[in-house]
Design a protein around this ligand. Structure first.
Ligand code: HEC
Length: 124
């Protein structure tokens, strides 16, 4: 299905998506499996690569977190072409959760996806 530009704009203008508990739990798994923990730590505690996200809820509104995940920054890869908008919304729901679900341990033998390259190292 092709979205009309007007409908696409209307969707973008919708108020911040309210995440359900299921979405938050799905976000926890995406965080674990899509490379976020590589830099932000297994429990959001931060590493020498990236800051802790434990208190990000108090710092950034959902739209800012969405933008950070979608576009990345100099030090953080952009996930906008890797994750779908609903997946990004689940991650935002997880990070913004008041009672954030614990990240479940990865299944035995699973190797988490390597994070995508940083914009600065991406071939043009
Ligand atoms: C290669 C390392 C790396 C990966 C992988 C990474 N990040 Fe980041 N992230 C950073 C760095 C570094 C910053 C802080 C400064 C900046 O924006 O460059 C950051 C900042 C953030 C911020 C803003 C924090 C603040 O306090 O302003 C959010 C939210 C965030 N990352 C979420 C994620 C999510 C969700 C993922 C996985 C989809 C992810 N990051 C993957 C390196 C990474």
């Amino acid at each position: 299905m092709k979205l009309s530009p007007i409908l696409a704009l209307a969707l973008l203008a919708l108020p911040a998506y309210a995440a359900s508990k299921q979405d938050e739990a799905a976000g926890a798994i995406l965080f674990r499996d899509r490379g976020c923990t590589y830099c932000h730590g297994d429990h959001l505690q931060g590493t020498d690569r990236a800051p802790s996200l434990d208190k990000v809820r108090d710092k950034l509104k959902a739209d800012k977190i969405t933008a950070q995940i979608t576009h990345g920054s100099l030090q953080m890869p952009a996930f906008g072409e890797i994750l779908t908008p609903p997946e990004i919304a689940q991650l935002v729901g997880f990070l913004r959760s008041k009672h954030r679900p614990a990240i479940p341990p990865a299944p035995a033998g699973a190797t988490p996806a390597a994070p995508p390259p940083l914009p600065s190292t991406k071939p043009q």
